[in-house]
Design a protein around this ligand. Structure first.
Ligand SMILES: *[C@@H]1O[C@H](CO)[C@@H](O)[C@H](O)[C@H]1NC(C)=O
Ligand SMILES: *[C@@H]1O[C@H](CO)[C@@H](O)[C@H](O)[C@H]1NC(C)=O
Ligand SMILES: *[C@@H]1O[C@H](CO)[C@@H](O)[C@H](O)[C@H]1NC(C)=O
Ligand SMILES: *[C@@H]1O[C@H](CO)[C@@H](O)[C@H](O)[C@H]1NC(C)=O
Ligand SMILES: [Cu+2]
Length: 668
């Protein structure tokens, strides 16, 4: 998609005029506009006299649709449905909660479904939970066609037992309302498919997989804003099985976990250090479904990275965004003794970029990879690379050369897609953190012996330059790059890159895949899910009612989940894994329902600010086959097979991955 500058000027002029007309019409989007509602009608399952469904189309946010309360209530679920009178290509939905100083009926859990004939309804194109406040909720989904759109409320947002639903205004978005819907076709499934949108009561700026299958997301002390408070964090837990998104405020650890380092420890606990409350450490333990306070950092940090190393300890370095500028040498956390120890020999200086913002930006978001002998390789974003040795009383560092001619690549991506062979793909980033053109550069780093400078090969560039994108290791060894913008500028959705790109290491080629529905720029995340889909969410967090706030995520089905004819591929099934808790080097068997070509492990991921040091892929050799029983052996080196939770995938000859089986790798 391309947007011309005169188009932007037009939008800005329009915006100024509209803002003087009504404060309730908020900013426009370059990828979608609100469809003219003239002639539309609304119907609902029920309403209170004077609060008819048509009120959601009257342009007055103080007049509302409300379900009955007098003389009697009607229980949930409730629905309200818009008839646009003709089919459109649609790609977004705006729900404006009541704006009359009341909050009864604010919608919580919900679904959005579509119809062209009012009798056959789509699967939800969106589900999730809206935040309980009166700010406008705008979400986008992949373009499709519809004449009717229905919002079904499953819960009330403010009170668990309240039976009501209410809505002030509903708008529907189109990429271009003049498009002929009969000529619309979604992109071919050979480009994968961005499926359902999940709405969240927070901007998911950070997220991590847990052992129970829940995915935990968080923002800052507020759902849509950071910096003004301390001591608490807004979280949301999504359970992909039940589809339920549950908000929760965490204050017992006295930790505003915005912009922290994150590492999943050997027990799958989400260890979150620093950030807005720059010395605090909080740990989410899936078995108790709660957060506990752990020992504080010695040095306050924010925007640092961290990595779980071979022996299960967690190393962190950098982070001048918070807790003072400079001098952020490494330190290491021992979960067993709950202590952080400074490693003065793990010097931060060699990994600084030459950022225009100084050290405040220069020591941010290091590309850390735990490796053999409890080492940590730092692949970027600085042009210089380094080895950190986290053993001994002080630790040490050693220069590892440069990433060929790649410049400093702040907020680029680095993904270890084959840990057995020490292979890391790097992609994008920009020389300065802000106001800086991103690159489309990609490189292959091949780690050799610990301490040696690795081999670096420049690869073909991506089709799009991008910073603030996210990189995801897929089960088949390919790497997905999602979102970002081509001119790095935090808190903006300008120059968005909608196209997803896929790197294939066997051909060393990039393929452009389907467009995501919404920009995923600064403060966005992406994670591989156990069903081999990928979620991409968040972006923004720059204040109430800002159009850059994306209170949602969207799920991508990569091309490997489709047959050539566009229908869903039949997934191979893992019937039995002989052991699901193992140490490195252990042999085991996997029984499947049919012929399997390859197996791989992908470690559970965590993500914020383009960093996901937890994910990595380990290809597994099949040493023997007896029918559908496969003999496999885990790699021996715990620096390759970091302890913690991994997803075991079986991949058939058509390249289709199974749903993952959870494997726990114990420390050696
Ligand atoms: C309607 O529900 C509310 C909230 O549960 C309750 O307080 C109220 O008494 C109910 N009204 C009637 C008429 O039952
Ligand atoms: C919107 O919500 C805020 C915060 O709860 C409240 O102070 C304000 O009165 C509400 N405005 C309207 C018009 O409902
Ligand atoms: C790391 O440091 C320790 C302690 O000084 C040392 O014994 C070890 O050999 C070092 N490792 C490497 C790979 O250099
Ligand atoms: C980075 O910032 C410096 C200092 O402002 C400037 O000289 C340089 O051109 C910038 N680089 C890019 C690529 O924007
Ligand atoms: Cu941030």
């Amino acid at each position: 998609m391309h947007f011309h500058s005169n188009f932007w000027t037009f939008k800005v002029l329009c915006l100024q005029t509209i803002l003087t007309l009504s404060q309730f019409v908020s900013a426009q989007y370059s990828w979608a506009s609100s469809i003219d509602r003239t002639g539309w009608t609304a119907t609902a399952d029920s309403y209170q006299e004077g609060y008819e469904p048509a009120k959601v189309l009257d342009g007055d946010p103080q007049t509302i649709w409300h379900t009955p309360w007098n003389p009697t209530n009607k229980s949930l679920p409730h629905w309200i449905q818009i008839d646009m009178k003709k089919a459109y290509v649609v790609n977004g939905f705006r729900y404006k909660p009541r704006f009359d100083h009341g909050s009864n009926g604010n919608i919580g859990q919900h679904t959005i479904t579509l119809s062209n004939d009012e009798s056959t309804w789509s699967n939800p194109i969106q589900f999730g939970t809206y935040l309980n406040d009166n700010t406008t909720k705008t979400t986008f989904f992949s373009s499709t066609t519809a004449r009717y759109i229905r919002l079904t409320a499953l819960t009330e947002a403010q009170g668990q037992n309240n039976p009501w639903s209410s809505v002030a205004e509903i708008e529907v978005y189109s990429p271009d309302a003049s498009m002929d819907p009969s000529e619309f076709a979604p992109p071919p499934t050979s480009q994968g498919r961005w499926d359902v949108t999940v709405s969240m009561p927070i901007v998911p700026v950070a997220g991590a997989l847990t052992e129970t299958g829940d995915i935990v997301f968080w923002s800052a002390y507020l759902p849509d804003e950071f910096g003004g408070g301390t001591g608490s964090t807004q979280t949301s837990v999504w359970n992909p099985e039940s589809q339920i998104v549950t908000p929760r405020t965490i204050s017992n650890t006295q930790h505003d976990m915005f912009c922290p380092g994150i590492s999943l420890d050997a027990n799958g606990r989400i260890t979150v250090m620093g950030g807005n409350d720059n010395k605090r450490t909080s740990i989410y333990s899936p078995d108790s479904s709660g957060w506990i306070a752990a020992a504080p950092l010695n040095v306050g940090r924010g925007y640092q990275s961290s990595a779980t190393v071979a022996d299960g300890r967690i190393f962190t370095i950098g982070g001048s965004w918070s807790g003072g500028h400079g001098g952020k040498n490494g330190e290491i956390y021992d979960p067993g003794s709950n202590t952080w120890t400074l490693l003065s020999g793990c010097d931060v200086e060699p990994m600084l970029t030459n950022d225009a913002g100084g050290v405040y930006r220069a020591d941010n978001h290091a590309w850390l990879f735990a490796y053999k002998s409890s080492s940590v390789f730092q692949a970027g974003p600085s042009r210089k690379m380094n080895w950190y040795n986290v053993s001994g009383d002080t630790g040490s560092w050693k220069a590892a050369g440069t990433r060929a001619s790649d410049p400093d690549s702040m907020c680029g991506n680095a993904v270890m897609f084959d840990a057995v062979n020490g292979l890391i793909l790097t992609a994008g980033g920009s020389p300065n953190y802000s106001d800086s053109d991103a690159t489309a550069n990609t490189h292959l780093i091949e780690l050799g012996a610990v301490g040696d400078a690795p081999a670096v090969t420049q690869l073909p560039s991506m089709s799009h330059a991008r910073a603030f994108a996210n990189g995801v290791a897929l089960p088949d060894g390919t790497v997905l790059i999602v979102g970002g913008q081509s001119h790095a500028e935090p808190f903006t959705d300008t120059t968005p890159v909608f196209a997803t790109e896929l790197f294939n290491p066997s051909t060393r080629e990039w393929t452009t895949l389907a467009n995501i529905a919404v920009p995923r720029t600064y403060h966005s995340i992406a994670l591989l899910l156990p069903d081999a889909t990928v979620l991409s969410g968040g972006g923004g967090l720059n204040g109430h009612d800002r159009p850059e706030n994306h209170f949602d995520l969207q799920v991508f089905s990569p091309p490997y989940l489709f047959k050539d004819d566009g229908t869903r591929a039949v997934r191979p099934v893992v019937v039995l894994v002989s052991q699901t808790e193992m140490t490195p080097g252990q042999a085991f068997t996997v029984t499947t329902d049919g012929v399997i070509a390859t197996f791989s492990l992908v470690r559970y991921g965590s993500a914020t600010h383009t960093v996901n040091t937890d994910q990595r892929r380990v290809p597994l050799e099949v040493s023997g086959r007896l029918g559908t029983v496969h003999s496999l052996t885990l790699p021996e080196d715990p620096g390759v097979l970091i302890p913690g939770y991994w997803m075991l995938f079986a991949i058939n000859e058509a390249g289709v991955p199974s749903v993952a089986t959870k494997i726990k790798v114990l420390p050696p």
